[in-house]
Write a protein that binds this ligand. Structure first.
Ligand code: SAH
Length: 226
């Protein structure tokens, strides 16, 4: 496949804003030079440090699930190459992204800036979110977590959406959409997926406040139901 037949037709991706973003963002500029000739194939590719740029179909599916509008405030966890950040930034100007590997964060920040995308990138443990700028209308996690980090659910705005792969191993991960509806959370299964793990790097911090404890309980009950 070449850039001119891009993006492919995915049966379940039909949001025009998402398809426009996929058509506009030059994926070959987000992969290492030796993989450029594969940039317009619908596959994940290595980006160094044992990490990968996600499969374009999954990027499109996750972005569509966020139901973004041009004024949505978005937080991404797992900046990696910055490709997903650029797709988001094509739809809304308010995008922040947290990456745990400092070198990847720095490289993505420069790449995004060079391409004119105003994404704020921070190095740190994304399991804690980015509370200073919360709440977010959309939070997208691009690495798989054994559970939903409560801080992320807590940083959702009313009606906000969190898209996150949940699972321990490589083979039993499920992509979920979680919606905040008042004090309640709802979940919807999106797809079986395979992501690199969301690593725990921050040391345990202050004791949880009651709001976070409440959300942790809500998440536990949400995922104990089928
Ligand atoms: N969205 C990226 C895909 C990156 S792969 C892209 O479009 O290229 C997942 C990324 O999550 C990796 O770069 C990995 O270093 C990062 N990551 C893993 N655990 C993390 C954590 N706790 N906080 C922030 N980033 C994390």
């Amino acid at each position: 496949m070449s850039a001119k037949d891009w993006p492919p037709r995915w049966p379940d991706v039909n949001d025009p804003a998402v398809l426009d973003a996929m058509a506009a963002v030059p994926r070959h500029l987000f992969v290492p030079p030796q993989y450029r000739d594969q940039a317009y194939e619908d596959i994940p590719l290595p980006i160094g440090h044992g990490q990968t740029i996600s499969q374009p179909y999954i990027v499109a599916l996750m972005t569509q699930a966020l139901s973004l509008r041009p004024d949505s405030r978005v937080l991404e966890i797992g900046t990696g190459s910055g490709y997903q950040s650029a797709i988001l930034a094509h739809i809304t100007p308010t995008v922040r992204s947290v990456e745990t590997i400092a070198e990847l964060a720095e490289a993505a920040r420069e790449r995004l800036q060079g391409l004119g995308y105003g994404v704020c990138v921070r190095a740190g443990d994304g399991r804690l979110g980015w509370p200073e700028h919360a709440p977010y209308d959309g939070i997208i996690v691009t690495a798989a977590s054994p559970d939903v980090p409560p801080a992320l659910a807590a940083q959702l705005a009313e009606g906000g959406r969190l898209v996150i792969p949940v699972g321990e191993g490589s083979w039993d991960q499920m992509l979920w959409l979680i919606r905040r509806d008042g004090d309640r959370l709802q979940k919807q299964f999106l797809a079986d997926v395979r992501f690199v793990p969301l690593v725990a790097s921050a040391s345990p911090h202050e004791p949880e406040d009651t709001a976070l404890t409440q959300i942790r309980k809500e998440l536990q009950s949400l995922f104990s139901r089928r």
